[in-house]
Design a protein around this ligand. Sequence first.
Ligand code: ZN
Length: 370
Amino acid sequence: MSFSFKLINEEDSSRRGEILTSHGPIQTPAFMPVGTYGAVKAMSPLTLEELKAEIILSNTFHLMERPGIEVIKEHGGLHNFIGWKKPILTDSGGYQVYSIAKNKSVSNEGVQFNSPLNGDKIFLTPEICMDLQLAFNVDIAMVLDECTAYSKDKEKVKDSMQLSVLWANRCRDRFNSSQNALFGIIQGGVFKELRESSINSLVKIGFEGYAIGGLSVGEPIEEMIKIVNFVSPLMPKDKPRYLMGVGTPMDILKAVEMGIDLFDCVIPTRHARNGYLYTSRGLVRIRNSNNKNNLDPLDHNCSCYTCRTFSRAYLHHLDKTKEMLGSTLNTIHNLSYYLNLMADLREAIEQGKLRPFLSKFKENWEKFID
Ligand SMILES: [Zn+2]
């Protein structure tokens, strides 16, 4: 197995670690920029490398629809197809089936739905999902799970969680690879007992890493924090822990404090395209008219290409004129912000200084500037 994880050190519950893959190492805690269709919006792989991104996330569901498995296979896998040499994780599609598929019907066998793209009937099973990710030859594949909406109906959530465990078993049987890792996904909604049962079942099956799924699906933020706080210490210590789809810088900080190692989220890239930019002093809305004549860089404390080179006035102008370069420069900055935050967190954990780092960050965070 060319995939491994080692803990470098710990401070309280937080962890500093390293994942090794056949496409290179990933220092954790790590953030994965999202490249849904095999491209991080407005970014080239070259720029992502310059930003020191060590892994990106892509979506099995969307790649299955377009361009389809054959052309990716012909390229020898997703890395060659998209021109990215470093590690890739693919989401299984469970979340996309939950969020965008039409007329879906779920059975033990799999899930049938109409393609949101052209209405074609698609039948996705755990086996097909594994075959897709194996053909993509990604470093980390995710099991097919049923992602349930936020619900207080415990029996319903329990049935769904048990179906996900059944599918996880079949995924493990199918996914036989000495190169690539397969992660299990913990479900169980906001019910601690179900979450615990889900973890125990998945650990029995045995995966190279474990993810907390089914959060950020409409539950109040306090519920999410409560569940992560409960689930994280129950997850195997010697395997990477991934919190799917989270989140804001503050959510990530809290989750790192609770022992999570991997994150992905569309927030930094989507916000960038909408002109919401994270800075060391808070969130900046570049569209606001007070940036119109502002010669300052976006963030004096940021050394990214955007902040080194351009004024707020120029970024404001690009936004107003809807120039593509605006999205690119904004995304460079927001991803720098996220990736630098992760680097700072890793350093703080290494030096045993996470607590003062977090309290300083929280102090500054509430200030909204523009
Ligand atoms: Zn910057």
